[in-house]
Ligand binder design. Sequence first.
Ligand SMILES: Cc1cc2nc3c(=O)[nH]c(=O)nc-3n(C[C@H](O)[C@H](O)[C@H](O)COP(=O)(O)O)c2cc1C
Length: 316
Amino acid sequence: MKVLGISAGRPEGNSEILLKEALKVCEANGQEVTFIRLHDYYIKPCIGCEFCTTLLSSGKPPRCKYDWSEDDIRFLMDQIQASDGVIIAAPAYQLMPPGIITVVLNRIHSCGADNHTARANEGKNKTVCATIGVGGSDWVSLLLPLLNLMTTELIGSQMRLVDQMEVHGIPLKGMAALMPKGLERARLLGENVCAELGKPQHTYHGTQVEVCPICHSNLLEYRKNGRVACPFCDVEGDVIVEDGKMTGVKWDGGIEVSRWSKHGTAHHDNEMEQGTGIKRLPGHRFEFSDEHKKTMSAAIENVRNTYQPLKPPARG
Ligand SMILES: Cc1cc2nc3c(=O)[nH]c(=O)nc-3n(C[C@H](O)[C@H](O)[C@H](O)COP(=O)(O)O)c2cc1C
């Protein structure tokens, strides 16, 4: 089976050291291994033209307004979509994964790797993924939760994350090699990925502190109704307090009531009426009255004529 390792860190950096430790185990287990250094790839940012989503809504095969030859997104997504397992390793930049991963992620609609497509194929996508996060300090609170979200989105899955790990306090290149427990954990992550390849029902092997049993993140969103929710999965629950301490959350349900299910798609597509008479129909089509159309055209005209953008100077 094919295992793809993607590093979003420096060349020969800490992400790469840990990722390759995991990949070597995969290869030793008989898997076909490919390594990608994300910074080798030129990926244009999505400009939000909705060309791809309009094609998707009308049932046509998606593509980007940019020609595929203009950058490397199609080649990169082809590698991801041809893999049975994907491991992404990334450093913390300002508490989060590096922006280059978000740039890739924003283009996935054009490559037919979005959640809607995945849900239409529910049960058919058997790709699994795992994540490795590294940080120079311990300021890494959003790194793994966001990296997990990005990685599971990139494989177009319904949360087929099998493992996650983090090593922090390693700012300098090469320092990951001074962390035997981190190296050992990376090898175990490689074993765990191999154990889950091709399985219709995967098992999660992670040991990070987590609160959400679906996406395995440790983050909670406080909601006005006095309840909490997983900000990624959109499942609500009530905090369990014992002896004055929070010991967990009693969730309303599992993946079937989450963003990553048909229930989530239905909510996203059909239930976003704002009381304005604008109805969101299946397939992302909107119905507008003549009055709506007039108001929107006037707003576009008005915004076009209000403040002209300061352009950057021409490059020599
Ligand atoms: C722009 C930038 C922002 C960073 N922000 C953080 C941070 O918020 N938290 C942290 O722990 N380390 C931060 N670091 C340090 C890197 O995460 C650390 O050096 C890591 O080992 C780099 O991984 P690599 O060798 O795979 O590139 C930052 C580094 C850079 C370049």
